[in-house]
Design a protein around this ligand. Structure first.
Ligand code: SF4
Length: 302
């Protein structure tokens, strides 16, 4: 096995028992109280993971509870209109996730008798589910012994190792370090440590429970900077296509918009080509439909 510039992965894995014990004890006291942590219902877990993909925890919390009141099972969502979900999704951003979740619900209803599957291959077949979300459902719903590498975990693994990690290496290391006794709590503990202590800027190494296993401890250049799973800086929102698309979707949640008004609604009155392209993209993605010169939310093909 290749060595990192700090601790070898072999020696890190050799410390697994100490890491597991120390971090699970820490999590028992400091772990965050989040609504999706009180359930092992696979649908609830899948919904929370999709919402958390690109939205902050604080914004997801109320929407998650509201969502499950409206669509408590995959069948409930599968039998509903995509446009209703898109209206609900306003405020969470990245509405493609909503469209994918709607398609996933229909696939679960039609191919899995309404039950969220538990295998990696079946989960990966669901629209909008990638390797991260598949593993998250496996561990947080089915308590399987797999590691999940999100931004926080990717940062931790790189700092513990003392060097940037490739995606495959980060995943292998995450899997090798999972507590065999409590994979669910172990993965949640890593999220919490990354969110509360081993933060992107100014990590609180002085109060870190696993500092003795860490190669970095805040001194010198951060090995997490170029490591797998660590979020790169987001492009500017102001003036972006994402902002313009968001304005149109938000307005369509209230009612239809005349096609000729779309550029003004998006704040692009003098950018006809760009406005046309964005409308076309939203249409191609199945997020809007066009009827009699008006734009509406939803997919006419559903
Ligand atoms: S010692 Fe510092 S850098 Fe290392 S895991 Fe703890 S908080 Fe992160």
């Amino acid at each position: 096995m290749a060595k990192t510039s700090g601790k070898s992965r072999v020696s890190l894995v050799a410390e697994r028992e100490v890491l597991n014990r120390t971090l699970l004890n820490w999590a028992a006291v400091f772990s965050r109280d989040l609504p999706w942590r009180t359930t092992r219902d696979p649908w609830s877990v899948l919904v929370s993971e999709v919402m958390l993909q690109q939205t902050q925890v604080s914004r997801v919390q109320p929407k998650y509870l509201e969502f499950l009141n409206l669509w408590p099972t995959p069948e409930h969502l599968a039998d509903s209109e995509l446009s209703d979900l898109l209206v609900f999704w306003v405020g969470l951003g990245y509405p493609r996730r909503a469209r994918n979740l709607h398609r996933a619900a229909r696939q679960i209803r039609d191919l899995h008798s309404g039950t969220v599957p538990s295998t990696f291959s079946d989960l990966m077949e669901l629209p909008g589910v990638g390797p991260y979300t598949a593993r998250a459902v496996m561990v947080f719903a089915f308590e399987m012994k797999v590691g999940v590498v999100d931004t926080n975990v990717g940062r931790l693994l790189a700092r513990w190792s003392g060097g940037a990690l490739q995606p495959r290496t980060a995943q292998q290391l995450a899997d090798a370090l999972v507590s065999p006794d409590d994979p669910w709590l172990w993965n949640q503990a890593l999220f919490d440590l990354g969110a509360l202590v081993c933060t992107r800027k100014n990590p609180k190494c002085f109060q870190c429970p696993v500092a003795s296993c860490c190669s970095w401890s805040g001194a010198g250049s951060d090995p997490a900077s170029d490591s797998a799973g660590v979020t790169k800086k987001q492009s500017k929102f102001q003036g972006s296509d994402r902002q313009a698309r968001g304005k149109l979707i938000q307005r369509l949640a209230v009612g239809p918009v005349a096609l000729v008004e779309a550029s003004a609604v998006m704040g692009l009155p003098d950018e006809a080509n760009r406005s046309d392209r964005l409308v076309q993209d939203l249409y191609s993605e199945g997020l809007i439909t066009i009827q009699d010169g008006f734009l509406l939310l939803g997919d006419s093909l559903q």
